[in-house]
Design a protein around this ligand. Structure first.
Ligand SMILES: Nc1ncnc2c1ncn2[C@@H]1O[C@H](COP(=O)(O)OP(=O)(O)OP(=O)(O)O)[C@@H](O)[C@H]1O
Length: 563
């Protein structure tokens, strides 16, 4: 491997093309003329704004990037495609100065640069929206944004600018709100706005749409197209292949840290791009009908709960039963009470009364998470780092945190480290988690691989009730299909499953019944086969038959709308 220091000249032959399917799209050497594919961008004659030549990044246990070449021109939107752990985020972090390459060269507007840190990158005109958020929870939105801007902007004026950008780009946010009270989707909006305020000439977006609604995604794409038309270059990481087709002029495909080729997304199908990434056909979910008449494992009976944060969503009179052998999905726009609902079901927030939450037949509203887990509950929160896993702990220690009792990893007051390690190894093997072994720190895993580990850890405990938020957030198409199939298999083994997701396609793919949460209220559920994405989309704005909003919107003399 190369150890020649950051941005040393590469001592390797030209780019590696290791995928037979890519032979017709082979990648040119860094030294040769730019490939014709780049001409799909709106400014074909311009020299690259950014060029990477032979970039490598070696971690102790893995080569994250292996001699990668890449170029992006003014006005070009280039997708970076690859499976979880393919090295996409690492490459972007090198460009943004978060981490430094072990070898290779970076040219910015024709000049060689060594980006020392993100502040340096921002001065060059490079902005980045991260997959994991980098916001201070105790500060407000405007204070967080101020920290990223040079000088000391006046907060009042900055709040005004934030409101303007948020309005213009369809990213609604109140600048005075505290970040700890924001949902994941809202935090992502802050990250995007913070970046746009700096008028970047290269914008790097690492899975920016993971938690945005379809409408917000559409709006964001309009923004990005507008930015590109104004000459901004965009590097766009996403696992959503249909979005890449809709947005990106060109795509670079990474596999196992190496550049495996390029394509023009508009000339591909999602299936052919998935093949390019994973080297084989996408697996399909096998979905048989739910078992009817299973016992009720989760019952919410008139659950109301005031949010603990001033800007959170109060839960109002929620009724829901989830039975053994079925998957119930909850759809909804981020920030409508999903976080609060999950916390009240998991026990992270306890109620004064026991009766509104029944878990496996036991009144559990006031029980803490450990006691609920002993009843047979396992759960996956939407935040992987911080709630789903402790970033600095190893995977073995993270396995201990939730599986200690169920898997007898602690007996007689002693931690059985051998067993804990074996359980972590089982999660890694069963869910194909790419990592440096059970001793690897959770934070060293790529986002999708950590998600696979957390979902695996909870499913392999053979729960009686499994509650999961955003099961495939940030997970590549192949792994997403695997996780969905694992959830269906769990149901077929008699588990009751509740899935909270903002991905309607996902809910329709795996759920037997679907309900919608809006403004803290839950709609009645409908069998997935008897409703449509359009109906659920209307319900997501709170308008389902008999809902409080519907009644307010319907004059007393009119028939209720048929949605
Ligand atoms: N700080 C680190 N220490 C050790 N290994 C790391 C570190 N950061 C990343 N890696 C490893 O480098 C490889 C590439 O990770 P990276 O996050 O770049 O992948 P990715 O393609 O962005 O994946 P995802 O789609 O899951 O986000 C992975 O095997 C990951 O575990």
């Amino acid at each position: 491997m190369h150890n020649a220091g950051p941005y040393a000249q590469p001592d390797h032959p030209d780019a590696v093309v290791d995928a037979p399917t890519m032979s017709q799209r082979s990648v040119p050497s860094a030294a040769s003329a730019p490939p014709a594919l780049h001409h799909a961008g709106p400014d074909p004659g311009a020299p690259p704004r950014l060029q990477l030549k032979g970039i490598s990044k070696v971690y102790p246990t893995v080569v994250a990037n292996d001699r990668v070449d890449l170029a992006v021109r003014p006005g070009e939107i280039r997708a970076i495609l690859g499976e979880n752990g393919a090295g996409k985020s690492t490459l972007m972090k090198i460009i943004y100065g978060v981490t430094h390459a072990s070898a290779g060269q970076m040219l910015w507007e024709g000049r060689e640069v060594q980006v020392a840190n993100p502040a340096h990158a921002r001065r060059l005109g490079i902005g980045m929206v991260f997959q994991h958020f980098s916001l201070f929870e105790t500060l407000s939105v405007v204070e967080n944004v101020a920290l990223a801007l040079p000088g000391r902007p006046a907060l009042g004026e900055l709040a005004q600018r934030i409101s303007e950008v948020s309005e213009r780009y369809g990213l609604p946010i109140d600048p005075r709100r505290h970040v700890h009270a924001l949902s994941v989707g809202e935090r992502q909006r802050v990250e995007i706005i913070r970046c746009l305020l700096q008028n970047p000439r290269l914008l790097i977006m690492d899975e920016p749409t993971s938690v945005l609604t379809p409408q917000a995604v559409k709006k964001l794409f309009e923004t990005l197209r507008q930015l590109a038309a104004e000459g901004c270059s965009i590097l766009y990481i996403s696992h959503k292949l249909d979005e890449i087709q809709a947005l990106c002029h060109t795509a670079t495909v990474l596999r196992g840290g190496k550049l495996s080729g390029e394509c023009i997304p508009a000339e591909e199908t999602p299936q052919s791009m998935a093949r390019l990434m994973i080297g084989k056909e996408l697996p399909h979910c096998e979905h048989s009908a739910a078992q009817a008449g299973g016992e009720v494992r989760l019952s919410l009976a008139g659950l109301s709960h005031a949010s603990l944060t001033p800007f959170g969503t109060d839960l109002k009179d929620i009724h829901l039963d989830v039975r053994a052998g079925e998957i119930v999905g909850i759809a909804g726009v981020s920030g409508n009470g999903q976080q609060e609902l999950l916390r009240v079901i998991s026990g992270e927030e306890t109620l004064a009364e026991k009766f509104p939450v029944h878990i496996c037949g036991v009144e559990a509203g006031s029980l803490r998470p450990g006691a609920r887990r002993r009843l047979g509950l396992t759960f996956v929160p939407e935040e992987r780092l911080g709630r789903g896993a402790v970033p600095d702990l190893s995977l073995t220690d993270n396995a201990l945190l939730t599986a200690a009792r169920g898997q007898q990893l602690v007996t007689g007051g002693f931690v059985r480290f051998g067993r804990a390690r074996a359980f972590a190894e089982r999660c890694i093997a069963a869910f194909n988690v790419k990592c440096g072994g059970p001793g690897a720190a959770a934070k060293s895993l790529s986002g999708g691989n950590l998600q696979k580990f957390i979902v695996g850890r909870e499913i392999l405990q053979a729960p009686r009730l499994f509650v999961c938020a955003q099961p495939t957030w940030g997970v590549d198409v192949g792994a997403a299909a695997f996780i969905r199939q694992s959830i269906i298999d769990l149901r077929d083994r008699g588990c009751a499953v509740l899935v909270i997701s903002e991905e309607l396609d996902e809910l329709f793919e795996i759920c037997d019944r679907i309900a919608v949460i809006a403004k803290g209220r839950l709609s009645p559920s409908r069998p997935a086969g008897e409703t449509s994405v359009e109906d659920i989309g209307v319900w997501m704005s709170g308008l389902w038959p008999g809902s409080a909003l519907m009644q307010a919107a319907t004059p007393a003399y009119a028939e209720p709308l048929d949605v």
